[in-house]
Design a protein around this ligand. Structure first.
Ligand SMILES: *Cc1c(COP(=O)(O)O)cnc(C)c1O
Length: 473
């Protein structure tokens, strides 16, 4: 090879294999079969361009070009990388269960099957089979919502941000909406109550103070221009100390005496008592409606455990107003979402099996002891695979709910903690984990890479993946 240093570039370029020669190479035929001619030729062109660039840079024919097996590997890696789906599965071992950047709620097998079915076959999305006439798409879930929350009616849109926008636009556009200063929240990604109000054409009227708001504050702010009073769940922060907020029942009395609707942006919208997991009790839509709130909005992919969606539940007349609003047409959900949402809500009819059926609940329900014994099993199986560059131990840690829900509540959990020892590097290990067929995503703390086991889907599969990753170090 050294002699090639003295070859002229022209001679080197001529020495490159030809396109036809490469296309005919027996060892490359499996790649041609698998990816098709177009993609295969693109990869060959890309490879030849890289080889030319290397000749230009070093006046040398790349060594790997003379080895068939290396050409195969180059092309196989390239084709595999360019055919990898962006929305591939990953392991969420970050310690945040509802991780917005990792797609929030994982869904039940029933929801997955329901989505596959409506993707494959026509379905009566807006058709009443018995009456043989046109129906409404939100009817897929309205009966279930009624059974689960007692709501007269519901309206389903793309997410809770859309739900709040639609609720305000349809009920109070051009009017004043009264909100406590303690509830002017910003949710991640530019959802801020004052901005949404403006977007909906409402005038925000702030009352009370950051830490204390009283019924008389709301009462004094009501004018003939008031369109609604709104409560906002302070999902992602918590005010403690000398505080006061007005409960929904008292506000509902005030609103109804003045002929005003009471709206509530509930955020995560848990339908069941989260205390069974050691989490805090969340206000439920059914409790809000029982307290007299007229419309309650919440997310479908937070503590509900369903697809990204926003639900608005409550009084029939107001829901009709929402359904007729032009924004509803722009914000409506498609059949995939409605199918997944219906399947998710059905699980709630059988509370006894809910925690097994809904993946997020199954993860919340794991005990520290169970995670501890999994961690021991992992360490026994993996210690030698990762030695000597990395050392493994199990440490206790805390899992967060995520998605802005319950920011100051944590579930005790157990993490596999990797430390770098002989020549290892935690940053390199973190990168290596992300190159897996199913990337493993943990978090770095105190120079250790932590994999919070509460987030694992299947422990045996995770163990196999970590063995493969360790062997490829
Ligand atoms: C999460 C949240 C939202 C936004 O909901 P998305 O479903 O993410 O659009 C709005 N309001 C509150 C109080 C929330 O917690």
């Amino acid at each position: 090879m050294m002699t090639q240093v003295f070859d002229t570039p022209e001679k080197l370029y001529r020495a490159l294999p030809s396109m036809d020669g490469l296309l005919a190479m027996a060892s490359l035929q499996p790649l041609l079969q698998r990816y098709g001619k177009t993609a295969f030729k693109q990869a060959l062109n890309q490879m030849l361009a890289a080889a030319r660039a290397q000749i230009a840079a070093s006046q040398q024919l790349p060594e790997w070009l003379s080895i068939d097996a290396e050409i195969f590997e180059y092309l196989a890696d390239h084709l595999q990388a360019s055919h990898r789906h962006s929305l591939q599965p990953v392991w969420n071992l970050t310690g945040t269960i509802l991780h917005t950047n990792l797609g929030r709620s994982q869904q039940s097998e029933a929801a997955i099957a329901a989505v596959a079915s409506v993707m494959r076959y026509p379905t009566p999305l807006e058709f009443e089979l018995e009456a043989g006439k046109r129906g409404h798409r939100d009817n897929t879930v309205s009966e279930l919502i009624h059974r689960l929350t007692g709501a007269d009616a519901c309206c389903v849109v793309n997410n809770n941000a859309a739900a709040v926008l639609l609720m305000l636009s349809a009920v109070a556009a051009g009017k004043e909406v009264i909100v406590s200063r303690g509830e002017l929240v910003e949710i991640g990604g530019a959802f801020r109550i004052p901005d949404i109000m403006r977007q909906a054409g409402c005038t925000l009227v702030e009352v009370g103070t950051t830490n204390r708001t009283h019924l008389r504050d709301y009462e004094a702010a009501i004018t003939e221009n008031t369109g609604a009073i709104m409560k906002v769940h302070t999902s992602n922060y918590h005010i403690s100390g000398f505080t006061a907020a007005v409960d929904e029942a008292s506000l509902a009395k005030l609103c109804h005496a003045r002929g005003l609707p009471l709206l509530s942006d509930l955020g995560s919208g848990a339908l069941t008592d989260m205390r069974r997991f050691g989490l805090k009790q969340e206000p439920t839509p059914q409790a809000m409606l029982a307290d007299g709130v007229d419309l309650v909005s919440f997310s479908g992919d937070k503590l509900l455990g369903g697809p990204q969606s926003g639900l608005i539940v409550g009084k029939q007349l107001l829901i009709n107003q929402l359904q007729r609003h032009p924004l509803k047409r722009a914000l409506r959900c498609d059949k995939l979402i409605l199918a997944a949402l219906e399947a998710t809500l059905r699980h709630y009819l059988n509370p006894e099996t809910l925690d097994q059926q809904l993946p997020i609940m199954a993860k919340f329900a794991r005990t520290e002891g169970e995670l501890q014994s999994q961690a021991q099993r992992f360490i026994t199986a993996l210690a030698a695979v990762y030695a000597p560059a990395y050392q493994l131990q199990s440490i206790t840690c805390h899992t967060q709910v995520g998605s802005g829900s319950q920011p100051d509540t944590f579930l005790p959990s157990v993490a596999l903690a990797f430390s770098a020892t002989n020549g290892g590097s935690i940053l390199a290990l973190e990168r290596h984990f992300k190159t897996a067929t199913r990337p493993v995503i943990g978090r770095i703390a105190n120079d250790q890479l932590l994999l919070d086991l509460r987030g694992a889907d299947d422990f045996d599969e995770l163990l196999t993946d970590l063995q493969t990753l360790g062997a490829a170090l």
